[in-house]
Write a protein of this length. Structure first.
Length: 163
């Protein structure tokens, strides 16, 4: 054996060509941070928590106002449609998106195309929505524009979701 000590070499990168990891995007990390803040606000007790719940609509309207067109116009219209067709739902934010809840549980939500840099906005439903139909049913819809046809379908889906 040689008196010389073996020295360890630094581990080589396992990523090809030193490319970035395929982990969460900046937008996904931001949504998770927003969700953590929402959960903290919901967990607060006392009068502050009641104030935060009362401000759910103002939080949703602020999120909508921050959106780019055409998503802002669609989100405003969806907000009005949901409030009119399902008054039992309470506006709140969910992962930084406008959402509507029943008994504190999100039933439906609007995700702008800019949120995760997608080519279309999404109107979706959580597992709390009463949309079960057989072994397969839709839970999210791509939304490029709101015409009378889409609005009528959304009204019917939202009413069924809260029934």
């Amino acid at each position: 054996m040689s008196p010389k000590k073996d020295t360890q070499k630094p581990a080589k990168s396992t990523t090809a060509n030193n490319k970035k990891s395929k982990g969460f995007t900046d937008e996904e990390r931001a949504a998770m941070k927003e969700r953590a803040q929402e959960l903290k606000a919901d967990a607060r007790g006392g009068p502050r928590a009641k104030k935060d719940k009362a401000d759910g609509e103002s939080d949703v309207l602020a999120k909508i106002a921050a959106m780019q067109e055409p998503d802002r116009a669609m989100a405003k219209r969806l907000h009005a449609i949901i409030k009119a067709s399902a008054p039992a739902l309470s506006p709140k934010t969910w992962y930084g998106m406008p959402a509507y809840a029943k008994d504190g549980k999100v039933v439906c939500f609007f995700q702008s195309a800019q949120k995760f840099k997608t080519r279309y906005a999404t109107f979706g439903f959580s597992d709390k929505a009463n949309l079960d139909e057989g072994a397969l049913w839709p839970v999210a819809f791509a939304l490029k524009e709101l015409t009378a046809t889409e609005e009528a379908r959304i009204v019917a889906l939202v009413k069924k979701a809260v029934s």
